[in-house]
Design a protein around this ligand. Structure first.
Ligand code: DPX
Ligand code: MG
Length: 566
């Protein structure tokens, strides 16, 4: 493809995407975005990854943002964007800056009485923008080329500052229009800093509260990574020498080999006795925490406001105080300078700390049990592995995995969309091709988005997929059972191999026994030229005890009677 020498809106967007660090963008083409896609292709540093559908495209971008910090997805109007919005809602919930770029009708048609394809067949061309405004922190529609630089820069900056998705609508005749060249990229990416007096006062108050407490504990939450505050968190943990626990969505944000690490804090689904040390503590120092119905076991888990400091991206909440324009990493780092050692939770934790989960090998000839399956998956996780845990019993199995130094963990607990893991892991593996990406996914989840394995075959990504076939929606069975929780079985191994068509190197394998699983894992580890899916037998009733207990609390929370009228 050759382009003319004029600098256009399409060039502007391409250059800015590249300048903010994007190397691969995820696309599904359609006539409203084809010209724009050309301009992204012309850019020497951008390379596109096609997806099978727009839900997967949004999830792939979300996964790329997990590994790479920021991502972009390009889709067509309505039929594309409305499907992508589901994944964009996920990116919002999970604090991932994904830039959703949608093609749109020609500007001449937008104010006309024309009826256009890919619309609801009326003269309403606002509904997509209306939805976008609810699911992003900045939604802009380019209507004049002269305004494009300002609107694009605004959207990109908001994505970066707020760690959330944004929306840019590009009419089909806009990418070709001449516009100004970009100014310095610092205007878009320069971070905000704290208000110094507020930072000093917030850390003084916090240090005083900690000094008055006897048994402080530190709690990492899901926003810690997006805030880039992991190092500052560790600095404070070292200074206090207090026990450190993490919320389920923050698993892996703090090294599990860190000497003060005391597990996942999730009530009855906790690991390493994190719940017990949490009960022992008298004061919580949180960083980016979120307590929802799931992670609080129906609003039962979590500190009271009087015994809790929490820092968010740009504000700090303390008992009786609220400080705005205080940045999480600066708060934690400065606080570390002002506290002295307070290690009562570590002294206690040394007493109650359980041994790490370590299942004994099962008879290799017997049908696989959940424990044997997890024992063998644990063996695959090294310091270079990223483990994806899909919604389902994989959440609970995933929590219990021990992460060696360097291993990473991805979960999507706030949005909780079954089918997230396969397309998200595609995006992740594109961004981090030298890591070993491993997915634990249930049969029900896989049936939503499994076709995105095709891209892993095309791009020769050696992702390993453990497909846990327990013949249904086991998590739902534990929350509330009915015939709707049983699903049609598939031949998942054959499904994987079907993507090879003429030239693929994917492998689809089945493991019913421990021995078969061991052999399949060896084949998967040796297959460097494509993904390997191992369909693993798992009896429907053989799930974690944590899922059973948690499922009954979720069922009870869902079933609360309506409050009486007053
Ligand atoms: C549903 C869930 O097979 O995992 O371990 O058997 O539960 P388990 P599977 O993948 O089944 C998943 C299933 C149906 N949740 O148990 S968690 C409701 C749901 C959701 N997301 C979407 N639709 C429905 N979470 C998009
Ligand atoms: Mg299942």
């Amino acid at each position: 493809m050759t382009k003319d020498t004029q600098f256009t809106v399409g060039d502007y967007l391409a250059e800015r995407l590249s300048q903010i660090g994007i190397i691969n963008h995820f696309v599904v083409p359609g006539d409203y975005n084809l010209k724009l896609l050309d301009y992204l292709e012309y850019h020497p540093k951008l390379s596109e990854i096609g997806c099978c559908n727009e839900l997967n495209c949004a999830f792939a971008a979300e996964g790329y943002a997990r590994a790479h910090g920021i991502a972009a997805a390009v889709v067509t109007y309505s039929v594309g964007a409305l499907t992508a919005f589901d994944g964009i809602g996920g990116a919002y919930a999970e604090n991932l800056p994904v830039i959703l770029i949608s093609g749109a009708p020609n500007t001449n048609d937008l104010n006309s009485s024309h009826i256009l394809h890919h619309t609801i067949g009326t003269h309403n061309f606002d509904y997509q923008m209306d939805i976008a405004k609810n699911l992003t922190v900045a939604a802009v529609a380019l209507r004049r080329a002269a305004e494009a630089p300002r609107l694009i820069d605004h959207a990109l900056r908001q994505a970066i500052l707020q760690h959330k998705p944004v929306y840019i609508e590009v009419p089909t005749n806009m990418a070709t229009q001449p516009c100004a060249k970009p100014g310095p990229i610092s205007a878009v990416i320069e971070p905000e800093t704290s208000d110094k007096p507020s930072l000093e006062q917030a850390t003084d108050v916090a240090a005083d509260l900690i000094a008055k407490s006897e048994k402080p504990i530190m709690l990492a939450g899901p926003k810690l990574r997006a805030a880039g505050a992991e190092k500052a968190f560790l600095k404070l943990a070292e200074a206090l020498d207090a026990a450190v626990v993490v919320q389920p969505s923050a698993k892996g944000f703090i090294s599990e080999e860190f000497k003060n690490y005391a597990g996942v804090y999730w009530g009855l689904a906790s690991t390493r006795a994190a719940d017990k040390i949490g009960d022992f503590a008298d004061f919580f120092i949180g960083a980016g925490t979120v307590f929802n119905d799931y992670t609080s076991n129906g609003y039962k888990v979590g500190p009271s406001a009087e015994q809790f400091i929490d820092s968010d991206y740009m504000h700090v909440t303390l008992p009786g105080y609220e400080f705005t324009r205080v940045k999480m990493d600066e708060f934690l780092g400065r606080l570390a300078d002002k506290v002295s050692k307070k290690n009562a939770t570590m002294v206690e934790y040394a007493r109650i700390k359980p041994a790490l989960l370590n299942y004994a090998p099962a008879n290799p000839k017997e049908l696989l049990t959940r424990e044997e399956l997890m024992r063998q998956i644990q063996g695959v996780i090294d310091g270079n592995t990223t483990l994806y845990a899909e919604t389902g019993d994989s959440w609970f199995n995933g929590m219990q995995m021990n992460l060696p130094e360097g291993a990473k963990f991805e979960i999507e607990m706030q949005w909780g969309h079954i089918g997230w893991s396969v397309p998200s892991a595609l995006g992740y593996a594109v961004a981090a091709p030298n890591r070993r990406t491993v997915i634990m996914v249930g049969d029900g989840s896989f049936q939503l988005t499994g076709q995105e394995l095709a891209q892993m075959v095309l791009h020769k990504l050696p992702v390993i997929i453990f497909l846990i076939n327990n013949r249904g929606y086991t998590i739902e069975i534990q929350i509330h059972d009915g015939p709707y929780n049983r699903i049609k079985n598939w031949d998942y191994a054959a499904f994987m191999e079907s993507f090879n068509a003429e030239d693929g190197k994917a492998k689809g394998l089945k493991a019913n026994t421990g021995e078969e699983l061991e052999q399949a894992i060896q084949i998967a580890l040796a297959n460097k030229e494509g993904p390997t899916l191992i369909e693993c037998y798992n009896h429907t009733d053989d799930c974690t005890k944590e899922l059973v207990e948690w499922g009954s609390t979720v069922g009870a929370t869902n079933a609360r009677a309506p409050a009486p009228d007053n």
